[in-house]
Design a protein around this ligand. Structure first.
Ligand code: GRF
Length: 213
């Protein structure tokens, strides 16, 4: 049974990107949207880091951007409530976490269940968390990669939409493996967002089914 069928393929969607740093995945999604590959536009770039290069880039490009200072909120939940309010205000269909280095509260995850995605630089469920390229090298795996998944309350554990594998080479260090994975991230994240706005992603339990056109 199909639990949810997502956004109508016809309507042009609205995306909020959440980031805390460089923002290269954000730029990959933006490029795909600008090129007409994704039937959506970026309605908001949100950050918990005032000087995040991705946020500054969004501003330079004239996109709506918002920084919320975590120190001004009494709790993580209060912070996320305001973030949700800001996203809702802009009539956003999909939240894309792109290097957003803050753990979302269950409140946020519930509000955007199956309407928020994350990209992770490993083949989940292996290596959730941080510094995962180094962990993959240290473990001795032959392949690592990238995963785009829907956000769930358990960090990095939501239903998987797309994965891409890359080899781990014997002379890899964290940076070289991260760079190889990043190339794939920039392909699969826009692709997952495209599928979403084509209304082709069905979630059944843990599994995501991609409908043929
Ligand atoms: C990426 O490796 C992503 O997988 C992880 O954080 C990094 C963000 O990079 N979640 P960027 O800010 O998109 O360049």
């Amino acid at each position: 049974m199909v639990e949810e069928i997502f956004s109508s393929p016809k309507k042009r969607g609205r995306i909020a990107v959440f980031l805390s740093g460089r923002g290269s995945n954000f730029r990959a999604i933006l490029e795909a949207a600008d090129a007409g590959k994704i039937n959506a536009s970026i309605a908001l770039v949100f950050s918990n880091v005032e000087a995040a290069p991705g946020l500054l880039f969004a501003r330079e490009r004239g996109l709506e951007s918002l920084y919320l200072n975590p120190k001004l909120f009494a709790s993580r939940e209060e912070y996320d409530k305001e973030a949700v309010r800001q996203v809702r205000k802009r009539d956003v269909d999909l939240v894309c976490l792109a290097g957003y280095m803050r753990i979302l509260t269950p409140y946020f995850c519930r509000e955007f269940k199956n309407r928020s995605m994350n990209i992770h630089p490993a083949l989940l469920p292996s290596f959730p968390g941080l510094h995962v390229q180094q962990k993959a090298i240290d473990w001795g795996v032959r392949y690592s990669g990238a995963t785009v998944h829907f956000v769930a309350e358990e960090v990095d554990m939501g239903p998987i939409i797309i994965q891409a594998a890359v080899p781990v080479l014997q002379d890899d260090i964290e940076d070289t493996l991260a760079a190889r994975i990043l190339v794939e991230e920039h392909k699969i994240y826009p692709e997952a967002v495209r599928l979403y706005f084509e209304g082709r992603l069905d979630v059944r339990g843990r599994r995501v089914f991609i409908r043929e056109t």
